[in-house]
Design a protein around this ligand. Sequence first.
Ligand SMILES: [Fe+2]
Length: 148
Amino acid sequence: MELRGVDELMDLLRAGRGVRAPGDRVDLLAHSLQTAALLRRGRPADKELQIAGLTHDVGRLLRPGDGTGHTGPGAHAVRTLLGDRVAGLVRLHRTATAADGPLAEDALALRQAHESAHVPGLDAGVLDDWRTLLELVAARHARLGAVD
Ligand SMILES: [Fe+2]
């Protein structure tokens, strides 16, 4: 499945409310918001990395119950809308190592944020806080795509 617009993506992220990965103490929406917030704090200039943090687990919502096989579907889902870099980061978020090529450093930052973003009760804002940035990244990618 490919996401075709920001509204569709936000609906999918919103569907993570109340959905918990096995053993997790926060639901997928809170986990996604916390991951994005940690990256915004640590890497304020890298908007695509923050968006990768927000969207890194959409594959879990597309493949419920599949703990390990969700990274490929997640990357595929966001590629058309958000571009190859965001998709690559989503694909690497569980297994990133220092040897993952040009994305390695950023993928490791995403992996670390994803591993830390399980804090019950931590207020990481709301999904609508990210709409403008999602639209910006999607629009930039659409423009770049049109040039190719
Ligand atoms: Fe995650």
